[in-house]
Design a protein around this ligand. Structure first.
Ligand code: C2E
Ligand code: CA
Ligand code: CA
Length: 283
């Protein structure tokens, strides 16, 4: 049974999807080695005239439960691939990370659909990484064939929110992932909590031991950044580097970030200046 609030939310979401009132924002993921932009993660946004700004954590699960996840995924992916082309035209060369619900993977033809979309828009498929989180109902291990077909097409696969929920070591060993994303729960605690630090270190070593790249999510402070560099983590994403951006903001962010990176990795000892560098990425 749905509550009246859920009915209104679902109704509003369906209309927003049909009437093209959703949009995508993009959050940079940068190399911890030299700060260069590795890719951007596409995140959907819904600003409703009546309901205000609705978080994806509210409407994505609703879309999953009510048969709207496939249209959302296809709209989001097409929008993101078109945006990639636009950035290329503007001289910004990057790759894309796109979130996929485990439900979409149940369609056997899904890898072909993604490949057709890339080919139709002339986006090389090796510029795309799909971020997957295991849902409660469908263990990813049952989707081995589908995931392998993505890899054959050159599409990368990231295990999202690693260390929380249903993600398991078995999946990392058995499935053809290319990247592990360490959940921000561990990252945020790591500089001050020895247990979290040990876990983050082990996750990075585990990823490297399996030949995968390690990304830290939710990097918000200079201490976290310094620790992740010390632990040889590969990629960082989080408000310290940049919040999710509108497409045109990303183009302006890139040169500013190149200058700011030096201050992020060689921060001043002066507390006021450190705070200034930390908060400067936020709008
Ligand atoms: P996620 O894939 O783990 O995405 C990261 C979330 O963390 C995003 O929230 C992002 O805005 C937020 N974030 C980034 N940096 C920081 C930070 O430094 N600190 C904190 N506290 N948060 C940070 P958002 O955009 O609200 O998305 C929430 C979740 O909704 C995503 O988690 C993803 O699972 C799902 N989602 C978002 N867009 C899509 C989409 O287009 N399709 C699907 N299937 N799921 C999506
Ligand atoms: Ca993600
Ligand atoms: Ca995540």
């Amino acid at each position: 049974m749905m509550t009246p609030g859920e009915v209104a939310l679902l109704d509003g979401f369906e209309r927003a999807l049909l009437n093209h009132r959703l949009h995508m924002v993009y959050q940079p993921k940068v190399s911890l080695d030299d700060g260069r932009l590795i890719r951007v993660e596409a995140l959907v946004r819904w600003d409703d005239p009546k309901l205000g700004s609705v978080a994806p954590s509210r409407f994505v699960p609703l879309a999953e439960r009510h048969g709207l996840i496939d249209p959302l995924t296809q709209w989001g992916l097409r929008t993101t691939l078109r945006q990639w082309l636009e950035w290329q035209r503007q001289g910004l060369d990057t790759c894309i990370a796109f979130n996929i619900s485990a439900l979409s993977l149940q369609h056997l033809d899904f890898p072909d659909l993604v490949e057709r979309m890339c080919r139709g828009l002339e986006v090389p498929s090796d510029r795309l990484v799909l971020e997957l989180t295991e849902g409660a109902t469908q263990p990813l291990v049952t989707l081995m064939d589908t995931l392998t077909r993505f890899r054959i097409k050159g599409i990368g696969l990231a295990m999202d929110d690693f260390g929380t929920g249903y993600s398991s070591l078995m999946q990392l060993r058995q499935l053809p992932f290319t990247e592990v994303k360490i959940d921000r729960f561990f990252v945020s605690d790591a500089p001050r909590n020895n247990d979290s630090r040990v876990i983050v270190k082990a996750m990075i070593e585990l990823a490297h031991g399996l030949g995968l790249s390690a990304t830290a999510e939710g990097v918000e402070t200079l201490e976290q950044l310094a620790l992740l560099r010390e632990l040889s983590c590969d990629v960082a994403q989080g408000y310290l580097i940049s919040p999710p951006l509108e497409p045109s903001e990303l183009v302006a962010w890139a040169p500013r970030h190149r200058r700011r990176w030096k201050m992020l990795v060689n921060p001043s000892e002066e507390p006021r200046l450190r705070r200034h560098v930390e908060t400067n990425a936020l709008r």
